[in-house]
Design a binder for this molecule. Structure first.
Ligand SMILES: [Zn+2]
Length: 293
């Protein structure tokens, strides 16, 4: 399918439902990022409230029992740490934001959602702060319009949940470059799966290039833009802001040059090494800047 070039404005999905609890970095940093965007940190970007994900959508990516437990509080706690109506509203919003970002990218070339906590959620379980896998939902939604979709996961940790849901799907290509083996998964098809855990910062960008090469030919790209790869946000010593900027530019240019619609999710990024939440949000702003370039 031939789609349009990037058109302005860049529309990103976010609502106050996303940021539910200031104790949870995974879902509270989005509010700071939204405030920076609204204040003009990246001129011209529009924030749009998504529709909540529906039960029918969740059943496309998770088992009936798991969905029932998530929706009713049967789990007592979600992967984010506890169960509450507000937290449920948050994850339904951040999952819906991924679906709406797909529609927007088909219209205008690129979009994103200030969603975090997606890629460790598997068919039957949540873990690692991830309850619902909005990346997987976005892939299935995009496949309603194109023949092959790619998911590029550059979070510090591996996307084992996404692989659990989608690695048998022959219309989905998974490319996962991490710097930590948490939630590692085993590729089952060399033609569709690229998996690499990098332990030296000097090799990181080269591996990102290889991952993009492995995605050659996909007609839609979903980018899990984790900032926890950064040396001070939970990642690998030597992965600096300059490397992160280079990475974001590479990914966006790859999509632009090929006229492939692209969306992003925020994914990980933490205060573990002494960053403030504002500094974590500023790292994520690099993704927004690259998408708006
Ligand atoms: Zn992570």
């Amino acid at each position: 399918m031939n789609t349009s070039n990037f058109k302005h404005p860049l529309r990103i999905f976010y609502s106050d439902d996303y940021a539910v609890d200031e104790r949870l970095e995974t879902v509270s940093k989005s509010k700071l990022l939204a405030e920076m965007i609204t204040a003009g940190a990246v001129p011209g970007v529009e924030l749009v409230a998504p529709k909540l994900a529906t039960k029918a959508e969740l059943l496309r990516i998770h088992s009936l029992e798991y969905v029932h437990n998530v929706l009713t509080g049967g789990l007592k706690y979600l992967a984010a740490g506890f169960w509450s109506k507000e937290l449920l509203q948050s994850i339904l919003a951040t999952t819906g934001g991924m679906r709406d970002a797909v529609f927007e990218a088909f219209r205008n070339g690129r979009s994103g959602s200030l969603s975090s906590g997606l890629h460790h959620a598997s068919t039957n379980n949540g873990k690692g702060f991830c309850t619902l896998n909005g990346l997987a939902l976005a892939a299935l939604v995009a496949l309603e319009k194109v023949g092959e979709v790619g998911i590029l996961d550059l979070d510090a940790h591996c996307g084992g949940g996404t692989a659990d849901i989608l690695k048998k799907n022959k219309k989905v290509r998974l490319a996962d470059v991490s710097v930590c083996s948490y939630d590692a998964w085993t590729p089952i098809a060399k033609s569709r799966h690229f998996f690499e855990v990098v332990d030296r910062p000097g090799r990181y960008i080269a591996k990102v290039r290889e991952a993009l090469k492995a995605l050659e030919g996909v007609e839609f790209l979903i980018y899990n833009a984790g900032m926890d790869t950064h040396e001070k946000a939970g990642g690998l010593d030597g992965i600096t802001l300059d490397i992160i900027k280079e990475r974001e530019a590479l990914v966006v240019e790859w999509a632009r040059e090929r006229n492939v619609p692209i969306i992003f999710a925020l994914a990980g990024g933490y205060m573990w090494s002494g960053l403030t939440l504002k500094e974590v949000a500023e790292l994520h702003l690099e993704t927004v800047k690259a998408f708006n370039s």
